[in-house]
Design a binder for this molecule. Structure first.
Ligand SMILES: Cc1cc2nc3c(=O)[nH]c(=O)nc-3n(C[C@H](O)[C@H](O)[C@H](O)COP(=O)(O)OP(=O)(O)OC[C@H]3O[C@@H](n4cnc5c(N)ncnc54)[C@H](O)[C@@H]3O)c2cc1C
Length: 275
């Protein structure tokens, strides 16, 4: 098992990686790395990079959408400013019949992220967001977002959170993940189940078969290079699978979160970075 990064590399490498994933029957989400920008000019540059990536995806006819973070679009400075940039990206996505996923960051940003996504979604539906199963509030957020018809990516959650806001025990996070999956799948909305955990994958497949939900009505999502054995198996079994490919120079915070999840990633990262 390896964990590969396109971090430190340019859009061209990410496009090539996306093409290979598509050839293997996998969908892609491209993520231009960056978060917590310090100036409005940096946020505007990130917006421009996202407009460019939607243009490239269309020009290359890739089966790919895009993921972004709101603190990369200036959420720390002003929610209104961030919302304006986000709307322009979503409009570009919609012009290509494509889709923008807003990643979920640490719990200090959860409420603001959901509010901004809901406001933008009321103007253009080509946007969805992410819910983290480790947060106590997530069941409520899922109900709320489903009422808006919002597409959700469910993940366990990657940030270090205090026990006041998040389940400290893995078994409780896993139980909540299964509970939320069982809310999402029968909702009639197309969601993403993002995990490399074979137990979560098995629970999702069980739920879909119990509730007679077709394989084309949801997708699994995994990180580029993680559990490629499972990735291939899901595609062989006829499931839709989207691979999250991060690229760009601002790789450090992303890398630190992956390292915290799995210290063995250090070796994989070093080998790929100095390739
Ligand atoms: C497509 C995608 C998008 C995501 N978006 C967000 C987001 O917006 N916000 C957020 O907070 N989190 C996000 N995450 C991260 C997520 O919250 C988890 O931190 C991460 O996926 C690990 O949880 P897991 O479900 O794979 O299960 P775990 O129980 O952590 O892991 C299960 C097994 O998967 C393998 N594995 C897991 N992670 C790695 C790794 N990094 N390297 C190698 N093997 C690994 C190991 O075999 C492990 O035993 C995303 C994850 C994916 C796949």
């Amino acid at each position: 098992m390896s964990h590969r990064f396109v971090a430190g590399e340019a859009l061209e490498e990410a496009i090539s990686a996306a093409r290979v994933c598509n050839q293997q029957g996998m969908l892609v989400s491209l993520d231009y790395l960056g978060e917590n920008v310090a100036t409005t000019a940096d946020a505007q540059r990130a917006r421009d990079a996202y407009l460019q990536v939607f243009d490239r995806i269309a020009a290359e006819k890739l089966h790919a959408n895009v993921s972004c973070k709101l603190t990369q679009l200036g959420l720390d400075m002003s929610a209104e400013f961030c919302e304006g940039l986000l709307l322009s990206i979503v409009e570009r996505a919609a012009a290509y019949d494509n889709f923008l996923r807003v990643d979920m960051e640490g719990s200090l940003y959860t409420a603001r992220t959901i509010d901004v996504v809901k406001r933008v979604r009321s103007k253009n539906p080509a946007i969805g967001t992410v819910i983290q199963a480790y947060l106590y509030r997530s069941e409520q957020d899922v109900q709320d977002l489903l009422a808006y018809g919002c597409r959700i990516r469910l993940c366990k959650g990657a940030y270090k959170e205090p026990p006041e806001v998040a389940f400290p025990k893995k078994q409780d996070v896993d139980a909540n993940y299964v509970k939320l999956t069982r809310m999402l799948l029968p909702s009639g909305i197309y969601h993403g189940i993002a995990t490399h955990d074979p137990k979560m994958i098995a629970a999702t497949i069980r739920c879909a078969s119990e509730k007679k939900i077709s394989k084309s009505d949801f997708e699994f999502q995994m990180l580029y290079g993680v559990r490629t054995d499972l990735q291939r198996q899901l595609v062989r079994d006829g499931y839709r699978l989207r691979i999250y490919i991060p690229y760009g120079q601002d790789w450090f915070p992303y890398f630190m979160r992956r390292l915290a999840e799995r210290p063995a990633n250090l070796g994989f990262f070093v080998r790929n970075f100095f390739r």
